[in-house]
Design a protein around this ligand. Sequence first.
Ligand SMILES: Cc1cc2nc3c(=O)[nH]c(=O)nc-3n(C[C@H](O)[C@H](O)[C@H](O)COP(=O)(O)OP(=O)(O)OC[C@H]3O[C@@H](n4cnc5c(N)ncnc54)[C@H](O)[C@@H]3O)c2cc1C
Length: 287
Amino acid sequence: MDYRSDLPRTADLVIVGGGVVGAATAWHAARAGYRPVVLEARPAICTLTTPVAAGAFRLQFDNLEELELVRESVELFLNFEEATRQRTYALGVRQQGYLWLTTSEETAAVQHELVRRLHGWGQTDVELLTGDEARARFPFVGPEVIQARFRQGDGFLHTKRLTYGLAASAVASGASVVANCRATGFVVRSGRVAGVETTLGTIETDTAVVAAGPLSGPLAAAAGIELPVVTVRRHKLWVPDAPAIRPDAPMTIDEDTGAHWRPFGAGAWVLFTDPATPPEPPAILHE
Ligand SMILES: Cc1cc2nc3c(=O)[nH]c(=O)nc-3n(C[C@H](O)[C@H](O)[C@H](O)COP(=O)(O)OP(=O)(O)OC[C@H]3O[C@@H](n4cnc5c(N)ncnc54)[C@H](O)[C@@H]3O)c2cc1C
């Protein structure tokens, strides 16, 4: 990744944040003819939320808008090197599926209806399985599971390579990335953004995108915008050595609690949100 060492004086588009959202915004903008400048507060892009994600993608949603949005992303994931015209960052896509399990009759009814709607939206490759069918396909499924939904085409990819590939491709098309540059506020004139204030000075622009991940709320507030981003602590447990986990297992989700696991290396990642933990400001604010 080529970083720019100085802050340009002006830009037609400033993107604050170099996670996957900032990199994707820069890539799309560069393709649309902009020469965006990405500002990243940390020494390198993709060092906050994106690199610790589980790297899973799916086409199972309860609303058509999100489904259509992610369909475009999946199309990009499956043709990444060609679309980004670079070969340095290959995504390593593994379509091992997403398996949602339930032990509750109530959730089973909701899941049944969801699969019906997904089929109606053209996502006919989502399967609804009985508990026994799920156990026959995935022997690790417990006896208490009464129903499952599964889509083989869902899967995993490398989030860091995704971010770097998008950013490098954007830079090749005229974007710039400035690291160690924290946006501290906005210049606002007549209710419109006129610049972004940073630790390296002010950059003039009439268009800015807030892509600061968990820090987006406080940053948008600096422009007088109330962004309802609430941060909730999410736990990720890495079990490094678990021979019982098959490396080709799908992302497996307890539909009743949201807890999930996926194979990783010789073990698994287990992820969950503790419902007893209330939302809190990101700890990084206090660093
Ligand atoms: C444990 C976990 C697992 C997840 N698993 C998945 C998954 O499997 N699939 C999935 O789709 N999603 C998953 N997610 C969600 C996904 O990771 C996030 O939605 C995504 O990474 C957010 O990207 P981002 O670019 O918005 O934020 P970030 O990656 O946090 O990037 C924001 C960037 O902005 C920078 N920044 C902040 N403030 C400023 C400032 N003032 N000036 C300059 N730069 C600034 C930060 O330094 C950072 O680099 C997971 C999330 C977590 C926490």
